[in-house]
Write a protein that binds this ligand. Structure first.
Ligand SMILES: NC(=O)c1ccc[n+]([C@@H]2O[C@H](COP(=O)([O-])OP(=O)(O)OC[C@H]3O[C@@H](n4cnc5c(N)ncnc54)[C@H](OP(=O)(O)O)[C@@H]3O)[C@@H](O)[C@H]2O)c1
Length: 359
């Protein structure tokens, strides 16, 4: 998306990466709404940056976020981009996690960005285009003692961002993520939690400059790829999510492939199942007297048929397509049978994987 003359919201605009992003956007001729809690800092900043709008809002106050977006839309008459950047970390060992702080971190790092997305999506859809950039973290791919809450919040943000990307592509709304590494901002100082040993150490002063991350954010707005990494190491760590980003980069193609795969799977499984003569008989018996068939018989039935056909039979029994997850398969069963269905299916798959391992 073009930057010049377009309207952007930057959350966490009062400091660090957000502040650098605001400056970079303004230099490129954008109009920028500056959102954070520190009213005075924002007002002072805005005075030096023509075309900006200071908006005080706490990202953990969802109604406040919605009101802020309404005020920004009223002021500019359009919203082209949202940079979900506000965020904080929390250091605490698993046994010390304070549920109230967990809540605050997830409100700020996950739900706040979602609520902000929800507020801008209808506006962007109406305009036929939009850019959403969520600022994630390399810790989304790392296991760092005492950083479970922070890294989990960013893992959650990763999931929401890639899914939003796949969902919104058809509306011309592009969702991207930027993964900073250690960056020289107030982030370390603003960390919550106070472990006795000082918590995970990082030398923020020697980290990347916030201007470097701001450039990645602008690149994301202009190019619109799924993920941008501060360095190669993060990209390698993100290996697993490379497939996810392929999927979200090519969601339509992937959907077609998936549908085709499922169709073939279904046909092949059906053909294989037909060869196992016992199964059809047992299946029709099962359909007639579902309630009479105990867990052990269902397991016997499923084990009696070829492994490739089991999912097909489960889908026949529960009346859904083979592409459904086990959870939704189980949800299709009558409520009184769900617990049993869960146990039975878990058993079948446990047996199936044991067989596979034994081979
Ligand atoms: N620095 C790093 O090493 C690093 C590494 C990876 C990822 N990140 C990510 O980069 C993003 C920006 O962090 P930063 O390094 O620029 O840190 P920072 O200098 O501490 O800036 C954080 C910004 O978030 C705002 N903020 C905090 N709580 C808020 C709330 N409840 N509502 C609204 N705004 C709030 C702060 O403004 P107010 O206090 O005025 O509200 C501030 O503008 C975060 O999402 C962080 O997770 C940073």
């Amino acid at each position: 998306m073009q930057i010049k003359d377009h309207v952007f919201i930057v959350t966490g605009a009062s400091s660090g990466i957000g502040l650098s992003t605001v400056t970079a956007l303004c230099t490129r001729g954008a109009k920028v709404a500056l959102l954070a809690r520190s009213t005075e800092v924002l007002e002072e900043l805005s005075e030096g940056l023509p075309g900006t709008l200071p908006i005080t809002a706490d990202m953990t106050d969802f109604e406040g976020v919605r009101q802020a977006v309404r005020a920004i839309y009223q002021h500019y008459g359009r919203i082209d981009g949202l940079i979900n950047n506000a965020g904080r970390s929390y250091a605490a060992a698993i046994e010390e996690i304070d549920p109230a702080v967990f809540d605050e971190i997830f409100h700020l790092n996950v739900l706040g960005p979602i609520v902000a997305m929800q507020a801008v999506i209808p506006i962007m859809r109406e305009q036929g285009a939009g850019s959403i950039v969520n600022v994630n973290s390399g810790t989304a791919f790392m296991t760092i003692p005492q950083y479970s809450v922070y890294s989990s919040s960013k893992r959650a943000l990763l999931g929401f961002s890639l899914t939003a990307r796949a969902e919104l592509e058809k509306d011309g709304i592009i969702v991207s993520e930027v993964y900073p590494s250690i960056t020289a901002t107030n982030f370390g100082k603003n960390r919550m939690g106070n472990p006795a040993d000082g918590g995970p150490a990082a030398n923020y002063a020697d980290g990347d400059k916030p201007e470097f991350v701001a450039d990645l954010i602008l690149q994301a707005i202009e190019e619109g790829h799924a993920q941008y990494f501060a360095n190669n190491r993060l990209q390698q760590l993100a290996g697993v999510s490379t497939l996810q980003s392929f999927v979200s980069e090519n969601s339509q193609l992937y959907q077609q492939l998936f549908d085709e795969m499922m169709k073939r799977f279904h046909l092949e499984a059906k053909a294989t199942a037909q060869k196992a003569d016992v199964s059809e008989v047992m299946l029709s018996r099962f359909r007639r007297g579902k309630a009479d068939l105990g867990a052990s018989k269902l397991i016997a039935l499923l084990l009696a048929i070829p492994a490739e056909a089991r999912m097909w039979y489960l889908s026949e029994l529960f009346g859904v397509s083979p592409g459904h997850s086990l959870r939704s398969l189980i949800a299709q069963a009558p409520p009184e049978e769900q617990a049993e269905a869960l146990r039975v299916i878990a058993d079948v798959f446990a047996n199936h994987s044991r067989e596979t391992v034994d081979q």
